[in-house]
Write a protein of this length. Structure first.
Length: 343
């Protein structure tokens, strides 16, 4: 279920500083609830994460982008998992339009077990791959720790916005399954053949919520309304872009929509983007089913599903929907195995 995107202000900027300080527990939940039931997208200021942590991650991403291709090929996930290690996306002409480097909050199954993840779900945490770039891992892990903490506090805002106790989601996010990404959209150094040129296909995010920090020379992230119109997401230097994932839509019985979004290339041949998305999610064994307060007892729109079950379904569905881009052979093979297992 989706809601219309407001033409006047499709991505409102909400200051959550008063909530985080404990001085105003009402305003942010009210504003977040309004945005969540309309566009599914908003931005937040007052989140408290120092800009130095972002700067370090952006610098690490730029170093990653400069690595020789033969080194980059060693950074893909040995399993082919599309959300571990380095993943390159190519357009239909074979041009590399984006690179994404992703790590999970645990370094692999053994690390997950050591932190209390049940054996049944330890394998959900596929091994991370780290580049041999000085300071890279430290920069990524420092920002990831703060964004994961922020994700937990946003879930508290969500709880109040849904008229639930503030700690309603605490237990299921105590051992979250969040992933953190650095995504590079390099300059094309050539004019566009068509405008807009899609360089990251439209999709829904699959988890609970996404926190995205963005930099670059143009506004490339766009969201789509029910009429099929696309709206750019403004770049605010200190803000996070927040959007609902499909699991949050299921938890709210469709009342908080996940919104289709995409990335387009700059009309400037030298235009570029670099982003730091955090995909915040609950523990893999968490059962997500429509909340009773959202009609989950009388008219549930979705069947219960665990976070672990949903990941495979989301990966296969989002890859199936691609029209403009493709990934490397290992990623494509991994997705094909998932799709085959679902049949």
């Amino acid at each position: 279920m989706t809601r219309p995107v407001s033409v006047e202000n499709p991505v409102p900027l909400i200051d959550i500083g008063g909530f985080l300080a404990g001085t105003d527990l009402r305003t942010a939940p009210e504003q977040v609830g309004e945005a969540a039931t309309t566009s599914g997208f908003f931005q937040i200021a007052g989140h408290g994460i120092p800009m130095e942590l972002f700067d370090a991650c952006y610098a690490a991403g730029e170093e990653l982008g400069r690595l020789p291709e033969e080194v980059k090929r060693t950074l893909t996930s040995p399993s082919g998992h599309p959300y571990r290690g380095l993943r390159s996306n190519y357009d239909k002409n074979g041009w590399m339009c984006s690179e994404g480097f992703t790590v999970s909050r645990f370094d692999g199954p053994d690390d997950a077990r050591a932190h209390g993840v049940p054996e049944e779900y330890a394998g959900f945490f596929v091994e991370n791959v780290w580049p041999d770039v000085p300071g890279f891992r430290a920069a990524v892990e420092a920002l990831a720790a703060r964004t994961r903490e922020l994700g937990g506090r946003l879930m508290r805002i969500f709880a109040l916005a849904l008229d639930l106790p503030i700690d309603h989601f605490d237990a299921c996010t105590a051992v979250d399954s969040t992933t953190s990404t650095i995504r590079l959209y390099p300059a094309r150094h050539a004019p566009l053949e068509e405008d807009p040129t899609v360089i990251f296909d439209e999709h829904f995010d699959g988890g609970l919520l996404t926190m995205l920090h963005q930099r670059g020379t143009y506004e490339g992230l766009q969201i789509r309304n029910l009429d099929g119109e696309w709206f750019p997401v403004p770049v605010h230097p200190e803000a996070f872009v927040i959007n609902m994932g499909e699991l949050m839509t299921r938890w709210t019985n469709g009342n908080w929509p996940a919104t289709r979004h995409r990335v387009i290339a700059s009309s400037d041949p030298e235009g570029y983007r670099i982003t730091l998305p955090t995909f915040y999610n609950a523990a893999p064994g968490t059962v997500v089913s429509p909340l009773p307060s959202q009609g989950g007892l009388d008219r549930p729109l979705y069947e219960p599903v665990t976070v672990a079950e949903w990941e495979g379904r989301h990966i296969t569905s989002s890859h199936r929907e691609r029209e403009h881009t493709t990934s490397g052979e290992a990623n494509e093979a991994y997705v094909a195995r998932l799709a085959g297992a679902d049949k």
